[in-house]
Ligand binder design. Structure first.
Ligand code: 5AD
Ligand code: SF4
Length: 465
C-alpha cells in the first residue's frame, strides 16, 4: 500500500496519524464494480476512512464495515450487486455486528429502496464520501444511514487517493466528475450529477507525487475529458482546457506516461490531437465511443454527431498520428434499431478499423430519456445475435490490427508479471496494446524495448531487443 501525502492536506493527514497499529483499527473491506472512475472513487473512500481510523482488509470475514462501490450502467451490473447483497446477508447472519454499505451509482439511483433488503445499513452516493465516517458512526440496528445528495462543487481535489492496486506503476487521476451530456440511453448524468472540473494544480501535484513515488503512468479520468475546463477565479486568460491540462501533466517528466479517458466524438478538438502529437509521453491511444454507425440511431441516442463527423475525426487522428490506437464502445439493439442500422454499425467498424472495443446489448435504464420516449422494441434474441456479429467482427479487426505489428519494435512499460508464465512480464505499447515478453533482467516499472514475434487478437507476443 502506498500513501501519497498531498502538501495541501499534509496537515490533515499528519494530524490523523494515530499511534495504533493496523491490527487494532476497525477493518473496512471494499468491493468495486463498474468503470475506472469507480476504482478511483474507492481509493478516495479508502483515504477518507483511513484518516478516520480504519484499515483496509482484503478478507471480508475480518471486516467490520463491508462496502460495495456499485455501477448502474446496465441492468446486469445491478443484478450482480443484488446477488452480492444476499451474500452480505450471510456475513451478517454469521457475525452479527457488521455494517453493510452500498455506495456509488446504484446507491444514487435506488436510494432508500436498497434498505428494503434489510441487509444494507448505509447508502451513500458518489458525492457524499466525505461524510462516510459520520454516517458509519451514526448507524444503529434501527437507523440505517443514507446520503445521496449530489453536489455542484465536489471534486475531492484535496484528497490523496490511497492506491489499492499493488502494481505501483500506473494510477488513475480523476480530473472531473459528473456529466452534462444527455445521451438518451445513459444513467450516468442521474447517478453522478452535473459536470465539474478539478483544479489543474491539484491534478499536476497528484501526478508529480505519483511520479516521485515510482509510478510511471497516469490515466486522467473523466466522463467526457474534452469538456474539461477549469475557470480561473480571477482572469479568463488563465482558464485551463483539456489540451492545456494534458500538456501540464506531460511536462512533469518524459518518463511519466500520460493516458486519458473518455473522449467524446463531438468534443475532441484538433488542439487535443496536436498536443498528443507534440509529446512522446502522451500515449498514442484514444478511446472514442461511437455507440452506433447509423445516423438515425445516433440522433435518437442524442449523441450530437453523425457517422460522417465521427469518421472525419478518425481520419484527422490517423493523419496526425498514424500509429494512434483507437478503441470504442458499441451498443447493439437500441430502440427501433433496424437490420440496416445494424449493418451501418458493422460497416463503420470496418472503416474505422478499431483496435478493440467494448460491446454491449442495449439495456433500458429507468428514468432516462430513451426509457421515457422510445419503446425497447428490439427482441432479446435479435439484440444478442447482433451483438455476437459485432463481437465476431471486432475479433477479426483486433487480430488484423495486431498482425500489422509483427516485426515492429515498441517501447513498453512493464506493468507486472505475466499470469501464465512467471518468467515473463506484461505491459502496454503507447497505443494501449498488451505485450508479453521475457523478463530478462527487467522488472515492473521499467521501460523495455520489445519486438513483436506473433499475436492473438488480444496480445502481442514479443522478445527483448
Ligand atoms: N445499455 C447498454 N450499454 C450502455 N452503455 C451506457 N449506457 C448503456 C445502456 N443503457 C455503454 C455505452 C458507454 C459504455 C460505458 O456503456 O457504450 O459508452
Ligand atoms: Fe461508472 Fe457509469 Fe457505472 Fe457509474 S454507472 S459506475 S459512472 S460506468
Amino acid at each position: 500500500m502506498h500513501l501519497h501525502i498531498n502538501p495541501d492536506n499534509a496537515g490533515r493527514t499528519m494530524k490523523n496519524i494515530r499511534p495504533i497499529s493496523d491490527e487494532k483499527r476497525p477493518k473496512v473491506y471494499i468491493e468495486t464494480y463498474g468503470c475506472q472512475m469507480n476504482v478511483n472513487d474507492s481509493e478516495v473512500i479508502l483515504s477518507i476512512l483511513q484518516d478516520a481510523g480504519y484499515a483496509l482488509t482484503e478478507s471480508i470475514s475480518d471486516a467490520s464495515v463491508i462496502l460495495a462501490n456499485t455501477c448502474s450502467i446496465r441492468d446486469n451490473a445491478e443484478q450482480r450487486i443484488w446477488g452480492r447483497i444476499e451474500q452480505f446477508r450471510l456475513q451478517k447472519e454469521k457475525r452479527g455486528n457488521v455494517i453493510v454499505g452500498i455506495v456509488g451509482c446504484m446507491a444514487e439511483r435506488l436510494k432508500d429502496k436498497l434498505l428494503d433488503s434489510h441487509v444494507v445499513d448505509l447508502v451513500a452516493g458518489p458525492d457524499t464520501y466525505r461524510t462516510l465516517p459520520e454516517l458509519i458512526r451514526a448507524i444503529t440496528p434501527d437507523s440505517p444511514q443514507i446520503n445521496v445528495r449530489l453536489s455542484h462543487e465536489e471534486t475531492y481535489a484535496d484528497i490523496t487517493p490511497v492506491r489499492m492496486d499493488k502494481n505501483g506503476v500506473s494510477a488513475y487521476i480523476s480530473i472531473m466528475r459528473g456529466c452534462n451530456n444527455v445521451c438518451s440511453y445513459c444513467i450516468v448524468p442521474y447517478t453522478r450529477g452535473v459536470e465539474r472540473s478539478r483544479d489543474p494544480q491539484s491534478i499536476v501535484r497528484e501526478a508529480e507525487e505519483l511520479f516521485a513515488n515510482g509510478y510511471r503512468e497516469v490515466n486522467l479520468l473523466g466522463q467526457n475529458v474534452d469538456s474539461y475546463l477549469w475557470k480561473d477565479p480571477v482572469t479568463a486568460d488563465r482558464d485551463v482546457n483539456f489540451a492545456q491540462l494534458l500538456e501540464m501533466v506531460a511536462k512533469i517528466s518524459p518518463d511519466l506516461r500520460v493516458r486519458f479517458s473518455t473522449s467524446h466524438p463531438k468534443d475532441i478538438s484538433d488542439e487535443v490531437i496536436y498536443t498528443m502529437a507534440m509529446y512522446g509521453n502522451i500515449c498514442r491511444h484514444i478511446h472514442l465511443p461511437v455507440q452506433s454507425g447509423s445516423n438515425a440511431m445516433l440522433e435518437k441516442m442524442r449523441r450530437k454527431y453523425t457517422r460522417e463527423w465521427y469518421l472525419e475525426r478518425v481520419r484527422k487522428i490517423r493523419s496526425v498520428m498514424p500509429d494512434c490506437g483507437l478503441t470504442t464502445d458499441i451498443i447493439a439493439g437500441f430502440c427501433g434499431e433496424t437490420q440496416q442500422d445494424h449493418l451501418d454499425t458493422l460497416s463503420l467498424m470496418e472503416e474505422a478499423a478499431f483496435d478493440s472495443a467494448f460491446m454491449f446489448q442495449y439495456s433500458e435504464r429507468p428514468g432516462t430519456l430513451a426509457a421515457r420516449k422510445y419503446p425497447d422494441d428490439v427482441p432479446e434474441a435479435v439484440k444478442t445475435a447482433r451483438l455476437n456479429e459485432i463481437i465476431a467482427l471486432q475479433n477479426r479487426l483486433s487480430r488484423e490490427s495486431n498482425e500489422k505489428e509483427i516485426g515492429k519494435t515498441f517501447r513498453v512499460l512493464a506493468e507486472g508479471i505475466s499470469k501464465k508464465n512467471s518468467g515473463e512480464l506484461f505491459g502496454r505499447t503507447s497505443s494501449n496494446k498488451v505485450c508479453v515478453f521475457p523478463a530478462g533482467g527487467h522488472k515492473t516499472g521499467d521501460y523495455v524495448e520489445v519486438e513483436v514475434l506473433s499475436c492473438t487478437s488480444a496480445t502481442l507476443i514479443s522478445k527483448l531487443v
